[in-house]
Design a protein around this ligand. Structure first.
Ligand code: ARG
Length: 568
């Protein structure tokens, strides 16, 4: 598609001798169309050029010739405001849309580069808590967006399926397994066993030793212990899968900590070769004091592996297996220091330099429920399945009240309820803590998932009423030059850029914001422009624009993991 920003960049760089990339970075999209389509703030150059911003602006303005693409330039207080040819822009957008349809906005800028995205990573035999919900939603949507930009994405679920707690769980199961029915609510039952054995360990040293021994046996591949561990893992995964199914989330790899633990020797060798492994009170550590990052323990004094060792082993494995350019970790900000430590230690591993530089922690904030409960790393009383089901129930009630005759009620309630929760998890800067308030999340008129779905359904019903989707026509742009139509077109034009910037900043709110604004701009267009019953050509042009908007809302939502209802 025509890149107006590039065109303007080139024109400016013909006049002032500054790096084109820098110029392009300075160019802004003004908050308000009365200030042009693009703006160039000249005060950023004042220092280098030793001239006042107003002077610079007027020099540039003088030297740039207006043409087919650029219809006007204004110099306003040191800002240059550029106006692009509306007709060209509109024509371009419609043509591009007609060519690419569902894939409008997609690109190949990723060049098939390998990007590992790690998300979800719940712990076996422990509840999938509200924090896990967040990483799952964020990670899955980043994965889809990266894919849309031509990256080769590897979606990894680094399962917490290892640790000394399994020694205890095995002991508890040995003792009382028959008292518990693991077929119904396995995670809850396993938790009960765990709590009970933990209590006993505190009272009885012998039991504690038996647990330790189980863990050793598990580490050494003992058949019985491994079988139990496998069962616990299977049962837990089955439970997690229920949530993944509701959310439509998938993975390419479920290689968790257990597998990583088996290969920690490799990273220990690397660290030894680099002379980085130090003995400290029987444990093996890497000293990061020079980086003010404390110490990172790799092996405990009883020779068992640490969480960090397993993560480093995962890095080595991923570097070898996927040859990644980037490896993103969608994990709560509580683990920020930890990730800085292991990324620092990873510099001493024998892996390609690009992998070392590609490690990135995507931090997200806590979810606070309005009931006052907060998610913690230890898990909380709030079950994720219950949250999702409550969302669906609440939507069902709203539908019963407002539109009891709706077709596909259940199906639609699920899409709206789950969509609302998903959207809410993605619509702010990720690192911010979020307050989860049902009234806000499900507000059909707010800046929410349901609002975007609502406008989508409106585009659908316009086309249904019309009874056909108009054939594309090169000349539609001639009927779409009014302010409201052009505003919609402008948003559509930016869709690809928005997706690209999500991959640059790893912030999903860029896309949620875009979808809200596109929906709002359509709502204004719809209120100001008659569609059905207009003169045929105008009717078709407006209906075609409606069709574009519907499809972009749908594909944008689907990248986030939100499905569209057919009625609302
Ligand atoms: N399983 C961990 C938890 O639930 C999160 C794992 C994060 N990923 C990692 N590579 N350390 O807290």
């Amino acid at each position: 598609m025509l890149d107006f920003k590039k065109i303007i960049t080139e024109k400016i760089s013909d006049v002032i001798k500054i790096d084109t990339e820098e110029i392009e970075n300075y160019i802004e999209i003004p908050p308000n169309k009365d200030m042009g389509d693009y703006a160039f703030p000249c005060f950023k150059l004042a220092k280098v050029l030793k001239k006042s911003p107003v002077m610079i602006a007027s020099d540039i303005k003088e030297s740039i010739k207006l043409d087919d693409y650029l219809t006007n330039i204004e110099n306003v207080n040191g800002y240059l405001n550029f106006y692009v040819n509306k007709q060209k822009l509109c024509k371009e957008v419609l043509k591009e849309f007609n060519d690419k349809k569902e894939e409008f906005g997609f690109s190949n800028i990723g060049n098939e580069k390998n990007i590992c995205i790690e998300y979800s990573a719940p712990n076996i035999a422990k509840p999938f808590h509200i924090g896990h919900l967040r990483t799952t939603i964020i990670g899955a949507s980043l994965a889809r967006i990266y894919k849309s930009q031509g990256y080769n994405v590897i979606r990894i679920n680094h399962l917490g399926d290892y640790g000394t707690q399994f020694g205890k769980l095995i002991e508890g199961y040995k003792k009382w397994g028959s008292e518990y029915d693991l077929s119904k609510d396995p995670i809850n039952e396993l938790m009960k066993i765990y709590v009970r054995i933990n209590d006993l360990c505190k009272k009885d040293e012998n039991v504690l030793n038996a647990c330790r021994n189980n863990f050793k046996l598990l580490e050494n591949g003992d058949e019985y212990c491994t079988k139990l561990w496998k069962d616990f893992r299977e049962l837990s995964l089955k439970e997690f899968q229920k949530i993944y199914n509701i959310l439509g989330v998938e993975f390419d790899s479920l290689r968790g900590e257990y597998e990583c633990a088996k290969e920690t020797d490799l990273i220990i060798k690397d660290l030894e070769n680099e002379g980085k492994l130090v003995l400290s009170e029987g444990a093996k550590i890497v000293d990061l004091e020079d980086k003010k990052l404390g110490v990172c323990m790799i092996k405990k004094s009883d020779d068992s592996t640490t969480y960090a060792a397993r993560d480093l082993s995962a890095i080595k494995y991923r570097a070898k297996t996927y040859d990644f350019d980037k490896c993103l970790y969608v994990v709560a900000y509580e683990q920020a220091l930890y990730f800085r430590q292991i990324f620092e230690v990873a510099k001493f591993l024998d892996i390609p330099e690009k992998c070392k530089n590609g490690l990135e922690h995507i931090q997200y904030g806590m979810t606070r429920l309005t009931t006052g409960k907060m998610s913690t790393r230890e898990g909380t009383v709030v079950k994720v399945e219950d949250v999702l089901n409550e969302a669906i129930d609440r939507v069902q009630k709203i539908i019963e009240e407002k539109n009891p005759d709706m077709d596909n009620k259940d199906e639609n309630a699920k899409k709206i309820g789950v969509g609302a929760v998903v959207f809410n998890n993605l619509c702010n800067t990720l690192i911010k803590d979020q307050v989860f308030d049902w009234n806000q999340v499900l507000n059909f008129q707010g800046e929410t998932g349901p609002y975007v779905q609502y406008i989508y359904v409106r585009t659908k019903s316009v086309l249904e009423k019309l009874g056909y989707i108009p054939e594309f026509d090169e000349e539609y742009y001639t009927s779409l030059q009014d302010k409201a139509s052009m505003n919609v077109i402008n948003y559509l034009y930016n869709f690809g850029d928005i997706l690209k910037s999500v991959t640059e900043k790893n912030e999903t709110c860029l896309l949620t914001r875009f979808l809200i604004e596109l929906a709002q701009s359509y709502s204004i267009f719809y209120n100001e422009n008659k569609i059905i019953g207009e003169q045929k050509y105008i009717q078709d042009a407006r209906a075609y624009l409606t069709y574009c908007v519907g499809m972009v809302l749908k594909s944008g939502c689907s990248l986030l993991g939100i499905e569209m209802p057919d009625r609302m």
